[in-house]
Ligand binder design. Structure first.
Ligand code: SF4
Length: 328
């Protein structure tokens, strides 16, 4: 592990100031991903700015009836929060399906948004990897790519986004609030993650000296009818091979509106407008669900070892929709 300096900061403005012009510094929150990567030599920050003392730990009602979640709210606290469980079950379920209880007790909302891929080659400093070392190549494209993405890939990188929480946030149209040297701004989650394209090292639109301060969930009349289904190689402490976050507005046996996001198959938490269009205004039948699943994966691009994910993701969508319709 490369030596680094450590500073703990109690003032938000000071934290942002410490990061400005300091390219080798990183904010430290739960550290469940960052410290791992530092031990592996994947992350080589020379300075850690510990922000755990900042007052960003509240979950509060927002004036529009939604929720504001502080960036330092731990994943466990968010998952078990009463309002989240009642109004946004998809988010609670997604959080509880991720990692282990110990990790969820440490991991924060802001950190989860910035979680990095678990591509084995990314985490092995001896393998070529365009994301870790731009221009070095991608060992996964012609390598063992069973866990890799089938949606949103480029010829530079096919790494899967690892988060469950972010898939639920994508379906809920969350907004990320950030603070930086030029003030505060809000980023819709649909604009937070970027396509890999030519530069897979760039994963989001956050500037280096910006700090995530909160996540806003809008009030959604029908968000109680929501669900997260995760399919993985083992029952716990495992990343998704395919997952679906579904939020459904039902009018009797017909679907008024739907929100569908996928995990485990995309290079970012993957919202599927194609599936949503295939569901809106249709009867809630298996035929409709299958058409939506087909639409969601229509542009999927399989590699040698991950073609199974296309069918798996389709079945995950169908099963999640069946389950969400069956909710009382
Ligand atoms: Fe690196 Fe992306 Fe290729 Fe994995 S898939 S080796 S992260 S470039």
């Amino acid at each position: 592990m490369q030596p680094f300096t450590y500073v703990s900061i109690t003032n938000q403005g000071q934290a942002i100031q410490s990061m400005a012009g300091n390219d080798t510094a990183k904010f430290l929150a739960g550290g469940t991903n960052l410290i791992d990567e530092m031990k592996l030599g994947v992350e080589r920050s020379a300075e850690l700015i510990d922000i755990n003392a900042l007052p960003l730990t509240k979950i509060e009602k927002s004036p529009d009836g939604g929720l504001r979640i502080g960036a330092l709210v731990r994943n466990s606290d968010l998952a078990w929060n009463d309002a989240v469980r009642r109004k946004y079950p998809v988010l609670s379920q997604a959080l509880l399906s991720g990692a282990s209880p110990q990790l969820r007790n440490m991991a924060t909302t802001g950190g989860n948004l910035l979680q990095r891929t678990r591509c084995y080659y990314f985490r092995d400093v001896h393998s070529p990897c365009n994301k870790r070392e731009p221009g070095s190549g991608c060992a996964a494209i012609d390598g063992f790519n069973r866990i890799h993405a089938v949606l949103g890939t480029s010829e530079k990188c096919i790494a899967t986004h690892p988060s469950d929480m972010c898939v639920a946030l994508m379906a809920l149209d969350a907004t990320i609030r950030v603070a930086g040297p030029n003030g505060d701004r809000s980023i819709p989650i649909s604009e937070f993650y970027v396509a890999y394209g030519e530069d897979p090292a760039k994963e989001n639109t956050l500037a280096h000296d910006e700090l995530i301060t909160a996540v806003d969930l809008p009030a959604i009349e029908y968000s109680k009818r929501s669900l997260y289904l995760k399919i993985r190689d083992r029952a716990s402490y495992e990343f998704a091979l395919a997952s679906a976050a579904v939020v459904l507005d039902l009018d009797g046996k017909n679907i008024r509106a739907a929100r569908i996001a996928l995990g485990g198959v995309g290079t970012k938490p993957w919202r599927s407008p194609e599936a949503e269009t295939a569901l809106a205004g249709k009867p809630a039948t298996n035929e409709t669900f299958t058409a939506a699943a087909d639409a969601a994966l229509r542009n999927a691009k399989p590699r040698k070892f991950n073609a199974f994910k296309i069918e798996l993701a389709k079945r995950t969508i169908v099963q999640a929709l069946q389950a969400v319709v069956a909710l009382a």
